[in-house]
Design a protein around this ligand. Structure first.
Ligand SMILES: *Cc1c(COP(=O)(O)O)cnc(C)c1O
Length: 399
């Protein structure tokens, strides 16, 4: 039971009040249902809107080859698995997917988990423990933070993308302790890119293991969308390349690409791999086909990169602050939480589906619209959205 003076009851009441107050002001924009999705056009509340909140960076959701692969997998292996990978759950599609990922990422081997969140949690906790140190960029994703906490290693936060701060943290670790450095390749709220060459130099100097989260980097940066190593023209400088199968790849799941020795180790120690069900056949097949499509249709990466440039340049020309983004994650700074809520609402009224990110997810006074551009937008659609953002910003006093 939940007694009325329990802190659980108090927390529930507090959140319910916050949600109902926001709804009463007509400013609650979360959990809206999309009744239909066709590329970057979504039907929400019965209205056709242009999607600017999607992670489908290469517009692969609904690709005929990927959908066909998912259907064929259901016909052959049905809807679920018989449990965990290590026992009865492995089917050929899992091994084929892992080989495809390893080839795409240029590593000896790879393994898949049932979500990107679980991948980070389980991998970090398998790599380091009580006597070790894990150093994490301040803007890293929540799943990395939770993995660091769960590992029970000493958890050090380095200032964002700041090599002096990282070096101080590394230099302070006593000899003989395992050191793990974890960072996002592309930061999921600001859209800026990690200084990988700087991080790699420091990891080599201090003999630290390096794990990079490429959730927003695969399919997005680098000439052929291979991610952050390709972007910097580096090869196999990252010990563990983590990614998700739910953003550019229109499926679900997460992966680690690494040496064969690392993957064997993790397949027998990462708890979310050992104790959580295998990916459903349709999801594994869709993910595998998606990597193939990225390689077969390289023009998608080019289109995305053209759109990113057009969008960021256009917003800056209109006077917006977009921080240091160089990727399809584009923060449009509004200032206060209220301004961000209002700008999002005004934009949605003009049929541009975009969402606000407010504190505590981002610092107070850096509340923003978090707009995502994809390969599926036309230049005209990007221009239309920018005009809507501009008029909303003028109405609420951001511009
Ligand atoms: C989305 C995201 C994850 C989690 O991936 P899921 O597959 O959605 O669980 C992990 N890291 C980063 C940086 C992300 O943006």
């Amino acid at each position: 039971m939940i007694s009325s003076d329990s802190p659980i009851a108090w927390r529930m009441a507090q959140w319910n009040e916050l949600v109902s107050n926001t709804k009463a002001q007509g400013l609650y924009l979360y959990l809206q249902e999309a009744q239909a999705i066709k590329g970057m056009h979504v039907t929400i509340n019965g209205r056709d809107m242009l999607q600017f909140a999607s992670y489908s960076y290469l517009d692969l959701l609904g690709h005929p080859k990927i959908d066909a692969a998912a259907r064929a997998a259901i016909d052959q292996f049905s809807s679920g698995t018989h449990g965990v990978r290590i026992l009865a759950g492995t089917i050929p599609l899992h091994n084929e997917l892992e080989k495809t990922i390893a080839d795409f990422k240029g590593t000896e081997d790879a393994m898949v988990f049932s979500s990107g969140f679980a991948t980070n949690m389980a991998t970090i906790a398998a790599l380091v423990g009580r006597n070790d140190v894990v150093i994490s960029d301040k803007l890293n994703h929540a799943s990395i933070v939770d993995g660091c906490l769960m590992s029970r290693a000493k958890f050090v936060r380095a200032a964002h993308n700041d090599m002096d701060s990282l070096e101080k943290a590394l230099a302070a670790v006593p000899d003989k302790k395992a050191k793990l450095v974890v960072a996002d390749a592309v930061f999921s709220m600001d859209g800026d890119i990690l200084d990988l060459p700087g991080v790699v130099d420091l990891c080599n100097k201090y003999e630290a293991t390096l794990m990079i989260d490429e959730a927003h980097s695969v399919g997005v940066i680098g000439e052929t969308g291979r991610g952050i190593e390709e972007y910097y023209g580096m090869k196999n400088v990252i010990d563990l390349k983590m990614g998700t199968l739910s953003k550019t790849i229109p499926s679900v799941g997460g992966y680690i690409a690494a040496s064969a020795e690392m993957i064997t180790f993790l397949k027998h120690t990462a708890r979310a791999f050992i104790f959580s069900a295998a990916l459903p056949p349709a999801s594994a097949a869709a993910a595998k086909a998606s990597f193939e499509v990225i390689m077969e249709e390289p023009e998608r990466v080019k289109l995305l990169q053209r759109n990113v440039e057009h969008f960021i340049n256009g917003l800056q020309a209109r006077g917006f602050d977009t921080l240091n983004t160089q990727t399809p994650i584009v923060p449009i700074i509004a200032g206060s939480d209220e301004r961000a809520w209002l700008m999002a609402k005004l934009s949605q009224e003009q049929d541009i589906f975009v969402l606000p990110v407010v504190s505590p997810a981002v610092p107070k006074n850096l509340a923003r619209l978090r707009a995502n551009v994809t390969a599926g937008h036309t230049i005209e659609e990007i221009d239309r959205a920018m005009n809507v953002f501009e008029s909303a910003a003028k109405q609420v006093g951001v511009l």
